[in-house]
Design a protein around this ligand. Structure first.
Ligand code: GDP
Ligand code: MG
Length: 342
């Protein structure tokens, strides 16, 4: 197996509440990642987190917006750059729709690019019940696509497995088990219990035009491989047109009942389930000992997604038009210089 990137050259940077929780959970796994960094405007996000941290403080008792967060981050540009210094690949992880992730993730990806790294973003999109977050999430996703070399979209709704009475914290924790499990399988180091597709194969999948989507599902049934793969694809189809996918990596984590022949068969069927028999396929397997099989299907090449509608400006304006985001900055003095961050 040839590897272009040695493990000393990949940095994960978690931004905001969701980004930091997911990045910090990833830091406890054995992955092809050597550095973890965390950035937030909320001190409580950074409590108990080990590793390089950056707190961007704002005015007390003021609800921040994404543009205010970007404004506050201007004096910290060098500090952000030093968090990612020397990286060949920077994985920017953030939940979109709040202020911190939406405001900072596109800016951090841009700074990574300026430093000569290849920025790949992991965007966690809001739950159906978080309708208020949609506009900022849609806008931030569009900006993230422009500033990153590749974007992996994970939909929180695709991860929702909790019962109706669960608290938001419980829902987040359950979602994180799935998203961290799927990402860990994709990014794991080869070992006795892991046969990963390899960092370059995953990267090659993500560095395609358009968006990549990570569909995630679990199953404990007799036909768990087929069932979980089918459900993961249903999740992808809820976000975009499955047949647009040209590349995919299937990540399977489970116990020893996960047989090679079963994996081979189920993976081979993926092309027909997605509606593109010619899809370029790879797979990663990780034996975690868990009887519940966790499947992540990372598929790429989606030109449009359901999130395009979250941000009406995106469909009204042509790509080449300059959208007047002036309102976005109008309330905070001195933010004119922000244009350079976009
Ligand atoms: N999967 C998952 N989603 C989260 C978590 N924390 C927050 N979110 C979601 O991420 C989106 C942005 O929220 P948050 O990360 O709190 O915003 P920020 O701190 O301002 O960047 C919302 O849709 C939240 O529901 C988490 O731990 N896991
Ligand atoms: Mg937060």
């Amino acid at each position: 197996m040839s590897r272009q990137f040695s493990p000393t050259e990949v940095t994960v940077i978690g931004i905001g509440s969701a980004g930091i929780r997911i990045a910090s959970a990833l830091s406890k796994e054995s992955l092809m990642i050597d550095r973890f960094a965390y950035v937030s405007c909320d001190r409580s996000d950074l409590n108990g987190i080990q590793g390089q941290k950056l707190l961007i403080e704002g005015p007390i008792a003021q609800k921040l917006s994404p543009s205010m967060v970007r404004g506050l981050a201007i004096p910290h540009r060098d500090a952000i750059k030093s968090l990612i210094h020397g990286s060949k690949v920077v994985l920017v992880v953030a939940g979109l729709g709040g202020a911190t992730g939406s405001g900072l993730a596109p800016m951090v990806a841009e700074l990574a690019k300026e430093s000569g790294a290849c920025p790949v973003s992991v965007a966690i999109m809001p739950f159906e019940f978080e309708k208020k977050l949609r506009f900022y999430a849609g806008l931030a996703l569009r900006r993230l696509r422009t500033s990153s070399s590749g974007v992996i979209v994970v939909d929180n709704d695709d991860l929702l497995t909790a019962s109706g009475e669960a608290t938001l914290k419980e829902i987040h924790d359950l979602s994180n088990v799935e998203v961290v499990g799927a990402l860990s399988c994709l990014l794991s180091k080869p070992s006795e219990t892991a046969i990963p597709a390899g960092f370059n194969k995953v990267l090659a999948t993500v560095l395609q035009d358009g968006y990549s989507i990570l569909g995630i599902a679990t199953s404990g049934s007799v036909d768990k491989t087929e069932e979980a793969i089918a459900h993961a694809v249903i999740g992808i189809n809820a976000i975009a047109e499955g047949k647009e996918a040209g590349h995919a990596v299937v990540a399977l984590s489970g116990d020893s009942t996960l047989s090679a022949s079963e994996i081979g068969m189920a993976v081979r069927r993926l092309g027909s389930i997605m509606g593109n028999e010619a899809i370029d396929l790879e797979y990663s397997v990780r034996y975690t000992g868990q009887s519940q099989l966790l499947v992540g299907v990372l598929a790429s090449g989606f030109k449009s997604t359901k999130y395009d509608e979250y941000d009406p400006l995106g469909s009204i304006f042509d790509k080449n038009d300059v959208i007047d985001d002036g309102m976005d900055y109008a309330l905070v003095p001195g933010l004119e210089s922000l244009q350079s961050c976009e």
